[in-house]
Design a protein around this ligand. Structure first.
Ligand SMILES: Cc1cc2nc3c(=O)[nH]c(=O)nc-3n(C[C@H](O)[C@H](O)[C@H](O)COP(=O)(O)OP(=O)(O)OC[C@H]3O[C@@H](n4cnc5c(N)ncnc54)[C@H](O)[C@@H]3O)c2cc1C
Ligand code: SF4
Length: 479
């Protein structure tokens, strides 16, 4: 592990430095030190203003990257910030956690000519962090309040982006969330070492100061049904994300110390936020001193292995049934995990969990890859009689997420869903089959990315606005 990385890991997730939530001066920012002041100008000036901005085309928000880089290179940082925030509700979040290698940076013309990409994500983060520091990021000041109200179920990036856009237009907004804090996966899924929690809190506090009302610890389906909520608001948005963890049904699955990824990451994030987490403090859902095995090969699995390293696990293995070339996760994340000391066990699939009460060993089948399946990835096949054992005293299952059964949970069997359980929404308007009920984010797309959730939140806000305007015209006609 490089010295820089080792220092970063040592900072650990469990002992966050005391800090003001409005300050960006945080130990985790050390990795971005190189982007301050003159160096930011230098980095921005590397943009060739090529006239074929593939970076912008491959950014889901169509961010005007060349222009905000040009403004930064000229030292016009406030204008760069104004331009950047005009298309993105959370540029400092995307700058930190977008998979830039697959989006903007992966399509930078300079990268393709072999000179190394302009570090667009870091620049986006720098521009907005600087704006916060300078006091340029201000709550919304509504000039004319509107009477119509919108209920938003889910305080993740899709719900929050929609809330902000609609509040700018003067609508009355209430965001409902079953968690005790707003932010969705930004607060309890994505680990602190990728996205510091003060960055999320700073944003959600700003929305509160903008007059958006948050009803937390409020579970739709339990505290009120969907139809009861519809009666309270002129329009509703469902932005509940996808949370049903995919299971591994093999013998021994009920042994202790086998956890779903979200339980492990939520406990870790809550600890990082200073909460009491009894199961963590008792050493149960805590990787310290343990031989940890994470099963799965996506980005969530990478977050689990890297969190385990930071919790000082004795060893961390990642068990994945395909090989490195066929992994679904970002290559950059895998490289980071390898650099931090994670051992990847490719072409391996768990056959049985063994132990007295707690997990002690995993019997693992060896896999060979067959012909490509319908997704283009080669199909895994068990090699007969090839199994072997590995030691484990903690297992984290990270096999992906499916939507919960929302029609049932919400007490409305008429809400239409697809065969995968995602909500069926009109492609153009994002309206569901229920009048005045819209849907956005992962609950429509399936597990995706923050930047797409923000895009959907902005799009659905525009549709809700149109819907409410026509509803108002209708009401006035009748009156
Ligand atoms: C571990 C992990 C790491 C990730 N890392 C990245 C990354 O690095 N980069 C990236 O771009 N994307 C990442 N993602 C994906 C990204 O977080 C999601 O695509 C994004 O958060 C989806 O936004 P959303 O608003 O649709 O849903 P969510 O963020 O899931 O928010 C949904 C909200 O709805 C609430 N809710 C659900 N049901 C109810 C109910 N019945 N009543 C009230 N509230 C309810 C939930 O509590 C939650 O707060 C990651 C995902 C995971 C799981
Ligand atoms: S939002 Fe994401 S894809 Fe778009 S410019 Fe920023 S980092 Fe790149």
């Amino acid at each position: 592990m490089s010295e820089k990385m080792l220092k970063f890991v040592k900072i650990g997730q469990q002992t966050p430095p005391k800090r003001d939530v409005n300050s960006r001066k945080d130990d985790f920012n050390e990795i971005y030190d190189e982007f301050i002041s003159d160096k930011a100008k230098l980095q921005s000036s590397r943009c060739s203003q090529c006239g074929v901005p593939f970076c912008q085309v491959h950014c889901p928000l169509s961010n005007n990257i060349p222009d905000w880089l040009k403004l930064t290179a000229e030292g016009r940082l406030q204008e760069a910030y104004q331009l950047s925030q005009s298309t993105n509700n959370m540029p400092e979040v995307c700058g930190r956690i977008c998979p830039q290698d697959r989006l903007c940076e992966g399509n930078c013309v300079i990268e393709q000519s072999g000179h190394g990409t302009v570090t667009i994500g870091s620049m986006e983060k720098y521009i907005t962090d600087n704006a916060w520091e300078q006091g340029w990021v201000k709550p919304i000041k509504v000039t004319k309040e509107k009477k119509q109200s919108i209920g938003i179920i889910g305080a993740g990036p899709a719900g929050l982006a929609a809330a902000e856009q609609l509040r700018k237009d003067g609508y009355q907004i209430t965001v409902y969330d079953r968690y005790d804090r707003p932010g969705g996966l930004l607060i309890y899924g994505i680990p602190n070492f990728k996205l510091e929690k003060f960055v999320v809190e700073r944003r959600t506090n700003l929305l509160k100061e903008s007059g958006i009302n948050f009803e937390l610890n409020f579970e739709v389906g339990k505290d009120l049904t969907l139809d009861q909520l519809r009666k309270k608001h002129d329009a509703l948005l469902i932005a509940t994300g996808v949370y049903k963890a995919r299971e591994i049904n093999i013998p021994g699955s009920d042994l202790d110390n086998i956890f779903p990824a979200m339980d492990f990451l939520t406990a870790s994030n809550k600890k990082g936020l200073g909460d009491q987490v009894a199961a963590f403090d008792k050493g149960i859902i805590n990787a310290e001193g343990k031989d940890v095995v994470v099963i799965g090969g996506g980005d969530t699995a990478m977050d689990c292995v890297r969190t385990s390293i930071r919790q000082k696990a004795k060893s961390v293995k990642c068990l994945y049934r395909r090989d490195k070339e066929n992994m679904p996760g970002s290559a950059r994340e895998v490289a980071n995990a390898e650099e931090e000391g994670v051992e990847f066990v490719w072409l391996s699939s768990p056959k049985e969990f063994k132990g007295k009460n707690k997990i002690e060993k995993i019997i693992v089948d060896q896999i060979e890859l067959g012909e490509p399946d319908e997704t283009g990835r080669r199909k895994p096949k068990i090699k007969d009689g090839s199994h072997y054992e590995i030691n484990a005293d903690m297992v984290i299952k990270s096999l992906g997420f499916d939507p919960e059964d929302l029609p049932n949970l919400f007490g409305n069997p008429n809400l239409k869903v697809t065969q995968w359980g995602t909500i069926k929404a009109d492609f153009d308007t994002l309206e569901t089959n229920l009048d005045g009920v819209f849907a956005a984010g992962d609950i429509v797309r399936g597990a995706s990315l923050v930047v797409w959730a923000i895009k959907d939140g902005r799009d659905v806000a525009a549709s809700i606005k149109k819907f409410l305007q026509s509803k108002l015209i209708e009401t006035n006609k009748v009156a």
